[in-house]
Design a protein around this ligand. Structure first.
Ligand code: 9MR
Length: 382
C-alpha cells in the first residue's frame, strides 16, 4: 500500500516536473542571461503574478527577468486611496516577490495625471486646493511611499506622462494648480517631485517616463527639455523611460534612434520601460488606457502566422537598435509577462496565452547572436 502510494506520488512529481517547466518555457534560454552583458530585462508584474495565483506567469518572470515594475500597485489610486489611508499589502507583495527572485525593483509611479483620486486636488469643501496645499500633499505622498521602500526600490518613475505630443507640458491639475499658468513656474511641480523623491531616498535612481518619445520628435525634445531644466537647477535625474508601446508599423528605426541618442546626449540613462507591440492594425495608438475598449483591442488575427511573423520582425528590429545603442541603455522592461496579462489585448508580448514562447521570443534571442557576429566580423552564425 505504502509502496503504491509512493509510486503514485512519484508519478505525480514526474508529471508535474514535465508539465510546469514546459508551461514556463524552461527549455529556452533565459532572456536575462542572453542580454546579461547588455541591459537588464524585466516585466511589469500584476497581483496574480506576485501572489502565486498565476504560477506559470510567475515562473516565466522568475526565469527571464532580473528587474520588475509594479504594473499598478504603486499608483496613487492603489497605494493611497484616501487622504489618511495607505494600502500597502499589494505593493509589499510586489517588492517581496522581486527581492525573493533577486530582481531590481522599479517603482511606478509617483506623480501622474491618471489613476490619481479626485480628492488629491480638492479641499474639504470640494474646492480646488491652493498651490501650497497641493505641494504639501504631493510632498507627503512622495515622502511616505518612497520612504517606506527606502533602500529596496532601486529606481522610481517620479513623473509620468507630463508631455503633450507637441512637447509642451500637458495641462494637468498638477500643472494648473502648482504651475499657476506662469511660464517660470511651469516645471515647478516636476522639480519638487524629483527633489522630494531624492530627499526620501538619496540612493534611489529617479526617472522621467513617457510614451511616444520614439514617434514624436517634438515630444522627445520636450523630455530633453525637462532633463536639461532639472539639471540646470541641480536636481537629480538619472534616467528617462521611453515606454515604447509600439505597433506592427511603429516605431521606425530612425524615430527610436532619435529618441535614444537625443536623450542620452543629456547625460542620463535611457531605458525602455513598458515595451509591447500591439498587433491590431487599427484603433487607438497611444498609451492612455481610457481610450482602449473591447472593440479596438479585439484582434481576430492575433494568432495568425502572418501576424506572428510581423511581430517577430518588429521585435527583432527594435532589439537590433537597442543592442546598437547598448552603451546608453540600462534596462528593457516588457509591459506584462505573457499575452493574457497585457492591457492592450491581441498578441503583444513574447509569450502566448498558453505561456509558450512565440516566434518573436526566438527572434529577440537571435538579435543577440547577430549583434555579436557583427561585432566580431562573422555573420553571427555559430
Ligand atoms: O497596464 C496598466 C493597466 O492595467 C491599468 O489599467 C492602466 C491604468 O492605470 O495602466 C496601465 O499601464 C499604463 C502605465 O501605468 C503608464 N503608461 C501606459 C500604460 C498602459 O496604459
Amino acid at each position: 500500500m505504502r509502496t503504491r502510494q509512493t509510486i503514485t506520488t512519484m508519478s505525480l512529481v514526474v508529471l508535474l516536473a514535465n508539465t510546469v517547466p514546459c508551461m514556463a518555457g524552461q527549455n529556452v534560454p533565459a532572456l536575462k542571461d542572453v542580454f546579461t552583458n547588455h541591459f537588464l530585462i524585466g516585466g511589469a508584474l500584476n497581483r496574480n503574478v506576485v501572489t502565486g495565483r498565476d504560477p506559470n506567469a510567475a515562473a516565466i518572470a522568475e526565469k527571464h527577468f532580473n528587474t520588475a515594475t509594479a504594473e499598478n500597485d504603486l499608483k496613487w489610486q492603489r497605494v493611497h486611496p484616501r487622504l489618511d489611508q495607505y494600502s500597502w499589502e499589494p505593493a509589499d507583495n510586489f517588492v517581496a516577490f522581486c527581492e525573493k527572485h533577486q530582481m531590481v525593483v522599479i517603482g511606478h509611479c509617483l506623480v501622474w495625471h491618471s489613476q490619481v483620486p479626485r480628492w488629491v486636488f480638492l479641499d474639504d469643501s470640494e474646492n480646488a486646493l491652493t498651490r501650497d496645499a497641493l505641494l504639501s500633499r504631493m510632498r507627503d505622498h512622495i515622502r511616505t511611499v518612497v520612504g517606506r521602500y527606502k533602500g529596496r526600490i532601486k529606481g522610481w518613475d517620479v513623473v509620468n506622462e507630463a508631455l503633450n505630443e507637441d512637447g509642451t507640458l500637458r495641462n494637468t491639475q498638477w500643472l494648473q494648480i502648482i504651475g499657476e499658468g506662469a511660464e517660470n513656474k511651469q516645471y515647478d511641480y516636476i522639480e519638487n517631485a524629483f527633489r522630494w523623491a531624492h530627499e526620501a531616498d538619496p540612493d534611489a535612481e529617479l526617472y522621467y517616463n513617457d510614451y511616444s518619445l520614439e514617434t514624436s520628435r517634438a515630444k522627445c525634445d520636450g523630455a530633453v527639455a525637462i532633463v536639461n531644466h532639472l539639471k540646470s537647477r541641480g536636481i537629480r535625474i538619472d534616467g528617462v523611460g521611453i515606454q515604447l508601446h509600439g505597433s506592427l508599423a511603429h516605431p521606425s528605426v530612425e524615430g527610436l534612434e532619435y529618441a535614444i541618442t537625443s536623450l542620452a546626449a543629456t547625460g542620463v540613462k535611457v531605458m525602455m520601460t513598458e515595451l509591447d507591440i500591439r498587433t491590431q492594425a487599427r484603433g487607438y495608438r497611444g498609451a492612455d488606457v481610457s481610450q482602449v475598449s473591447w472593440q479596438n483591442t479585439n484582434d481576430p488575427s492575433a494568432a495568425a502566422a502572418e501576424t506572428q511573423r510581423k511581430l517577430a520582425d518588429k521585435y527583432a528590429e527594435i532589439f537590433s537598435v537597442l543592442l546598437k545603442h547598448e552603451k546608453d541603455i540600462t534596462r528593457v522592461t516588457f509591459w506584462g509577462v505573457y499575452d493574457a496579462t497585457s492591457w492592450i489585448g491581441g498578441s503583444p508580448l513574447l509569450f502566448d496565452r498558453s505561456y509558450q514562447p512565440k516566434e518573436a521570443f526566438f527572434a529577440v534571442v537571435k538579435t543577440k547572436t547577430s549583434h555579436e557576429g557583427r561585432q566580431d566580423g562573422t555573420d553571427g552564425e555559430p
